[in-house]
Design a protein around this ligand. Structure first.
Ligand SMILES: Nc1ncnc2c1ncn2[C@@H]1O[C@H](COP(=O)(O)OP(=O)(O)OP(=O)(O)O)[C@@H](O)[C@H]1O
Length: 338
C-alpha cells in the first residue's frame, strides 16, 4: 500500500549573486541579482507502508532538500508530495503527529534540561498516554540502553548518547514514518550497530516506514532492501541494492603491505591493471572484479614480493555513484526498471 507519493517534485533555490569590491557590495544593496539553483529536479517515486528506503547520493545531490520537502519544512517549487493523503507543508500540525525526524547534525531536544524531562515534555505535547509512553521507554531502554543518560542534560551527552536520545524522542509518539538524515554520522562502530539494530526492531515491531539518507554504505547494506539514488537533483536509480551493486559495484581496491622493493610489473599490466600506486609502504591496486579476480593479482604479487598483510575493499557507494554518473544511459534504464 502506497504511503508516500512523490510526483515530479522540484525545488529551486534562489541565490543572491554577490559582486566584488566595496562598490559592488553597495550596488548589491540596491540592485539584487539572483541565480537559480535546482536542488531537486523532477523526481518521482512511491514508498509503501513498512518499507525501509535508503535515499543516497553524493554531497549536494539534493537528499536533505527532498527530506525537508517530505517532512513539510520546505515548500516544493513544483510537483506533488503527498503522505497518507496529507500534503506535508499544508497540514503541518496534523502531519507532525504522523512523522518523526532526526537530523544527525542537530538535536531537537532541549539543551539544558535532562533527557527524561525532554521526553516528558514531548509526552505532554503529543498527548501520549501513560501506557504508550511506558511501552516506548521499555522498548528504547532494551536496545538503546538509554537509562545511563536519562537524567543528564542534553549538553553533557556524548554524540552517540545524543543520537540515541534524539531517535527515542522522534519515536515516542509512535509515528507512521521516520525520516533520518545521516543518523550514524560521526559515531563509532558499536553505537552505529546499536542504532541500526534499533531502527530494524522499530520497523519490525511497529511497521514504521523509514527513509534514511546516509553516506555510510553499511547503513544501507544492513537496513535497506531498496535504495533511491539521486545525483545533482536527478533520480538515477530506484530499486534493490543488489542490482545496483551487480551493475555498478564491480570495482574493488586491494591494499597490500610489503617491505620489498616495488614496481608496476608487466604481469599486472597484462592482467589489465592500470590503477596501481605505491606509497613506500603499501601497494594499492584498483581493478574491476568482472575483468580480473583478486587471486590472480595476489598470485603475481606473491611471486615478486613477500606480502606482510593485505585487505580487499569492496566498491564504495561514492564509486558506484561516480560510475552511474559516467554511464547515465544505463542508469536511466535501471530507473525505468528494465
Ligand atoms: N537554502 C538554500 N539556499 C540555496 N541553496 C541551497 C539551500 N539548501 C540547499 N541548497 C543547495 O541545494 C543543493 C542540494 O543540497 P542538499 O543539502 O539537499 O544536498 P545533500 O544531498 O543533502 O548534500 P549532503 O550530502 O552534502 O548533505 C546544494 O547545491 C546546496 O548548496
Amino acid at each position: 500500500m502506497t504511503l508516500i507519493k512523490v510526483d515530479q517534485l522540484t525545488k529551486v533555490f534562489q541565490r543572491q549573486q554577490k559582486s566584488a569590491g566595496i562598490t559592488g557590495t553597495i550596488k548589491d544593496l540596491f540592485y539584487r541579482k539572483y541565480t537559480d539553483k535546482v536542488a531537486v529536479d523532477n523526481i518521482s517515486f512511491e514508498i509503501g507502508r513498512g518499507e525501509i528506503v535508503g535515499y543516497i547520493g553524493p554531497n549536494g545531490a539534493g537528499k536533505s532538500t527532498t527530506i525537508k520537502m517530505l517532512s513539510g519544512i520546505l515548500v516544493p517549487t513544483a510537483g506533488v508530495v503527498e503522505v497518507g493523503g496529507i500534503v506535508p507543508y499544508r497540514n503541518r500540525k496534523e502531519y507532525s503527529r504522523r512523522i518523526g525526524v532526526v537530523f544527525g547534525q542537530r538535536t531537537q531536544l532541549w539543551w539544558d534540561i535532562p533527557v527524561s524531562e525532554s521526553f516528558r515534555l514531548m509526552k505532554y505535547m503529543y498527548k501520549i498516554s501513560d501506557e504508550e509512553y511506558k511501552r516506548s521507554i521499555d522498548l528504547f531502554s532494551d536496545i538503546l540502553d538509554i537509562d545511563e543518560f536519562m537524567n543528564a542534560p542534553v549538553r553533557q551527552l556524548s554524540l552517540g548518547q545524543r543520537m540515541r536520545a534524539d531517535l527515542c524522542a522522534a519515536l515516542l509518539h509512535n509515528p507512521d514514518i521516520l525520516y533520518l538524515d545521516e543518523p550514524t554520522i560521526g559515531l563509532d562502530v558499536v553505537v552505529k550497530e546499536n542504532i541500526r539494530e534499533f531502527i530494524k526492531q522499530v520497523n519490525l515491531e511497529r511497521k514504521t516506514t523509514v527513509i534514511l539518507t546516509t553516506h555510510d554504505m553499511s547503513d544501507i547494506e544492513k537496513l535497506c532492501s531498496r535504495v533511491i539514488v539521486i545525483d545533482r537533483g536527478k533520480l538515477m536509480y530506484d530499486g534493490v541494492l543488489n542490482q545496483l551493486k551487480t551493475i555498478y559495484g564491480s570495482g574493488e581496491t586491494m591494499v597490500v603491505e610489503t617491505a620489498d622493493p616495488v614496481q608496476h610489473w608487466n604481469e599486472l599490466v597484462h592482467l589489465g591493471i592500470d590503477d596501481f600506486t605505491y606509497d613506500g609502504k603499501s601497494i594499492t591496486v584498483k581493478y574491476d572484479k568482472t575483468v580480473v579476480n583478486s587471486t590472480a593479482i595476489l598470485k603475481v604479487l606473491m611471486s615478486k614480493i613477500t606480502i606482510t598483510d593485505f585487505v580487499v575493499h569492496p566498491c564504495e557507494i561514492e564509486q558506484i555513484i561516480r560510475k552511474m554518473y559516467e554511464n547515465p544511459l544505463s542508469a536511466a534504464k535501471v530507473v525505468a526498471g528494465s
